[in-house]
Design a protein around this ligand. Sequence first.
Ligand code: APR
Length: 257
Amino acid sequence: MLEVRLLGANRMTNVSISLSDRVFVLTGAGISAESGLPTFRASDGLWAGHNVEEICTPEALRRNPALVWDFYSKRRADNQKANPNPAHIALAELEAQIPDRFFLCTQNVDDLHERAGSVNLVHMHGELAKSRCERECGRPPVEDHTVYKNLDEVGRCPCGGRLRPHIVFFGEIPLEMDRIQEEISRATLMLVIGTSGSVYPAAGFVHWARQGRARTVYIGPDQPLNGAAFTQIVLGKAGEVMPGLFQVESRAEHLTT
Ligand code: APR
């Protein structure tokens, strides 16, 4: 039965995590909104001002690499000015409490989770602070924080190929899917934070978790498109509702009950 709770100052709910729970977390652009990074589909979002086909597809990179690099360089600059917010910190603190029963999968390409202290995480859509060879010569991605002013400045791979952003473009295969699927199959609780539920395969994760009989909790100010698949929805801004939201059972508590 879906439980929807609107969270304000007078906290009305929490999410209980028992000793036997294994937690899978999925985050989207919404968790970084309070850090000043725009989401994608809001009226003032990234896609409001840009045409996805011209920016975020392999064809766009072939057709106009300067435009693609200008877009991602600007995002790198914004990311470097941003800082983790209380929602990122709440997740890092939860992981520290249950390090061997916690896995974080983010759709975000910013590094705010790492800067908040998260450790066991994957970026299924790539990372802003990395680049790789556009010829896909097989060399691993390299760390690259450079905010390029023009295409001539963009670095080269040892094979001679120009570097491209290490971002999963539309039409490309997300990263780490085998590990993600494995972690979902072991989860008893899935937390989904700040994603509209409009992009697959991430929007389908909650259905996989339900098939495994996991509890599924959504946290964000709006109902996501896949809202019906959640057993609990906590409506509110992540940075406001997540501090103190998780009630983690301690071993001592377990022994006394
Ligand atoms: N706290 C929590 N959630 C928030 C907040 C907030 N402060 N502010 C906005 N949100 C929610 C919105 O309600 C919206 O549902 O964040 C969600 C952002 O949705 P999108 O902009 O669609 O971003 P996301 O779901 O992460 O996009 C998925 O699409 O464009 C591609 O690859 C890109 O990873 C991205 C993917």
